[in-house]
Design a protein around this ligand. Structure first.
Ligand code: NAD
Length: 260
């Protein structure tokens, strides 16, 4: 039996992409998984996929940027299973892609709140339930804002992703006393739906000669985007005792894309 069997994971952004793959992987390892997302329809599909294999999942529709909403999802998980062992903080958006001049204050706030404030909120409301037994918190950051700064028009996104790493390191330091580990995953381009959900002001970016291409496929190791499953494998490693001495660090998973 592996060390995750019958333990409890909360996964945000579980309806799609990396979160979906991680939820399925952790359930395959025997964890009970609480699936959190704004997208209720797709959440049900993921829950059914897991339940149909005889594994345990619940779906919790919530907005991770809203304190009462994410707190309720965490509380419901604990009411159901009385513990939390892994928290995978993964919900996120690219947000508006725009020059700094054109980016509106509300677009800036939306990206920062969805990606960064939500990270603080999810940690804040999970920690009270993890202090007794310890556990693993994993945050999906990015190569953007940490190793590379070449995606024009993504100033808010890059700031939010850099902020997640800084916050995660402070959390690792503070929570070590409770045996709660906190680590960050920094993916390069991963083949998910995130681009589909991105608003790009292409006309304006063209006018000011900002390239809007993203480095899809620009990965020296494989010459293609990574897969959500490859990130899910890392989430498993960081959840399990295999990583029991690892905290406060970021792991780049990008096929060397950020080294170009
Ligand atoms: P995705 O769009 O496939 O999945 C993101 C999920 O987050 C969606 O199901 C969406 O509904 C959910 N979500 C968005 N806002 C939410 C909110 N306020 N409350 C609850 N749920 C919300 O994208 P993905 O690629 O799987 O992204 C997962 C994470 O990976 C994000 O944090 C993203 O920034 C990060 N990331 C992705 C890539 C990539 O190339 N795909 C690269 C680096 C980092």
């Amino acid at each position: 039996m592996n060390d995750l069997a019958n333990k409890v994971a909360i996964i945000t952004g579980a309806a799609s992409g990396i979160g979906r793959a991680a939820a399925i992987s952790l359930a395959d390892k025997g964890m009970k998984v609480a699936l959190v997302d704004l997208n209720a329809d797709d959440l049900e599909e993921v829950k059914a996929t897991i339940n149909n294999k005889g594994q345990v999942a619940i779906s919790l529709e919530a907005n991770v940027a809203e304190p009462t909403s994410i707190q309720r999802a965490i509380d419901e998980t604990v009411e159901k299973w009385q513990q939390i062992d892994t928290v995978f903080i993964n919900a996120g958006i690219n947000g508006a892609v725009s020059s700094i001049e054109d980016l509106t204050p509300s677009e800036w706030d939306n990206t920062i709140e969805t990606n960064l404030k939500s990270t603080f909120l999810t940690v804040k409301y999970s920690v009270p339930f993890m202090k007794t037994n310890g556990g693993s918190i994993i945050i999906t950051s990015s190569i953007n804002g940490n190793r590379i700064f070449k995606n024009f028009g993504m100033s808010a996104y890059s700031t939010s992703k850099a902020g997640q790493v800084a916050f995660g390191k402070m959390a690792a330091l503070e929570l070590a006393q409770y045996k709660i580990r906190v680590n960050m995953i920094c993916p390069g381009a991963i083949d998910t739906n995130i681009e589909k959900n991105t608003f790009k002001d292409e006309k304006h970016l063209e006018e000011i000669a900002i390239p809007v291409e993203y480095p899809e496929g620009n990965q020296p190791l494989s010459h293609q985007s990574g897969s959500a499953q490859q990130v899910a494998d890392l989430v498993y490693f960081l959840s399990s005792d295999l990583s029991s001495h690892i905290t406060g660090t970021e792991v780049y998973i990008d096929g060397a894309e950020s080294l170009l």
